[in-house]
Design a binder for this molecule. Structure first.
Ligand code: F6P
Length: 369
């Protein structure tokens, strides 16, 4: 009997997921003569045993499609909302793995998915993962698929804002995705020539941002573009977050909670507040654009299709060799199987001395520090 492999996509969707499903699936079917089924909507569908046969017809014509043909969810095996309660559904998922006589489970996702996959690996399942996220923050891979497409969309947004900012002599703040890592705002900010780039890794001082904008204004540049990651925080909020963690001081804890709520609950809150503060401090009209889910939607770029196909087909090779408990990471032009235990619990944030940061500073980009 030929081997049976399961595939699921989990976490936020990302351009390139279908290209990866196709890469894994076609190589498993055609090259190794295995059979493939998909689970719908991530770990939830695996728990509810909702499957879809991935035969060559199902894998055909999906390379260029955005989203994921399998659907996705953010549900975790060990804390899944069931009948209004968070339940540990690991046992049911393991049972369904056995029911389908799976030889391996391929999980496509970001940091959370790597953790969930590792959890299932520890239950004895043959798990292998691929890194996807537009945030590009999965540890131990050069890059994750989805990032290149989002980078292109975000850069085009910066380009388009330039002409309107220039015409109206305005400050235009562009909020981009990236809650904990600033790769998208940094990359698009550099590629689009943003005057200010604000990322979670570098807490900003609004007065420094206003001063940089005023310097431009005095030198005859009456407009400025600010590329801001959704998770960028002011120095005050960063200090409150750090302070609140220390000691038992109730007031500090409350301040930390307030800062966390402001950051987590009202994502546009920070960027809207920044646009208002900049208007007040500079006297220049300011406007806010939130690019939101446009960054994740639509056709994957050529770069993401290529990366997803490379990683997907390499994943099939590893399955054939019986190498499990690993993430198929991109390393230069090649791939590397990285043990899941080394990936889990880490996030690839922007190092403060990263070359991209240095380059941006060299062309006088302000980071608000
Ligand atoms: O993980 C990718 C991402 O797009 C982040 O950039 C963003 O903060 C988050 O997902 C949004 O999550 P959701 O799709 O659950 O709203």
């Amino acid at each position: 009997m030929s081997k049976m492999i399961g595939i699921l996509t989990s976490g936020g969707d990302s351009p390139g997921l279908n290209a990866a499903i196709r890469g894994v699936g076609k190589a498993l079917l055609g090259r190794y003569g295995m059979r493939v089924i998909g689970f719908r909507d991530g770990f939830r569908g695996m728990m509810e045993n909702r499957t879809q046969l991935l035969d060559s017809a199902a894998l055909s014509g999906i390379l260029t499609l955005g989203g994921t043909i399998l659907g996705t969810s953010r549900d975790k095996p060990y804390a899944m909302p069931v009948a209004g309660k968070l339940m540990d559904m690991t046992g049911v998922i393991v049972e369904n793995y056995r029911k389908h006589h799976l030889d391996a489970l391929v999980c496509l996702g970001g940091g959370g998915t790597q953790k969930n996959a590792y959890h299932l690996m520890k239950q004895g399942l043959n798990v292998i993962t691929l890194p996807k996220t537009i945030d590009n923050d999965v540890a131990l891979t050069d890059v994750s698929f989805g990032y290149d497409t989002a980078l292109g969309i975000a850069t085009e947004a910066v380009d388009r804002l330039h002409s309107t900012a220039h015409s109206h002599h305005r400050i235009l703040v562009l909020e981009l995705m990236g809650n904990k890592a600033g790769w998208l705002a940094l990359g698009a900010g550099i590629a689009g020539g943003a005057d200010v780039i604000l990322i979670p890794e570098i807490p900003y001082d609004v007065k420094q941002v206003a001063a940089a904008i005023m310097r431009r204004s005095h030198s005859g540049q009456g407009f400025s573009i600010v590329a801001m990651a959704e998770g960028a925080v002011s120095r005050e909020d960063a200090a409150r977050l750090a302070e609140g963690g220390k000691g038992k001081d109730k007031k500090k804890k409350e301040q930390k909670q307030q800062a966390q709520e402001r950051i987590a609950d009202s994502k546009p809150g920070n960027s809207l507040q920044l646009a208002r503060q900049l208007e007040e401090l500079t006297g220049l009209e300011s406007r806010l654009t939130i690019l939101g889910y446009l960054q994740r939607g639509g056709t994957p770029s050529a770069g993401d299709r290529l990366l997803a196909t490379r990683l997907g087909t390499a994943c099939a090779d590893l399955i054939n060799k019986g190498e499990f408990g690993v993430m198929v990471a991109a390393r230069g032009d090649g791939v590397k199987a990285v043990p899941l235990k080394d990936v889990v619990g880490k996030r690839k944030t922007v190092p403060l001395d990263h070359d991209w940061v240095k380059s941006a500073r060299s062309v006088h980009t302000c980071f608000g520090d």
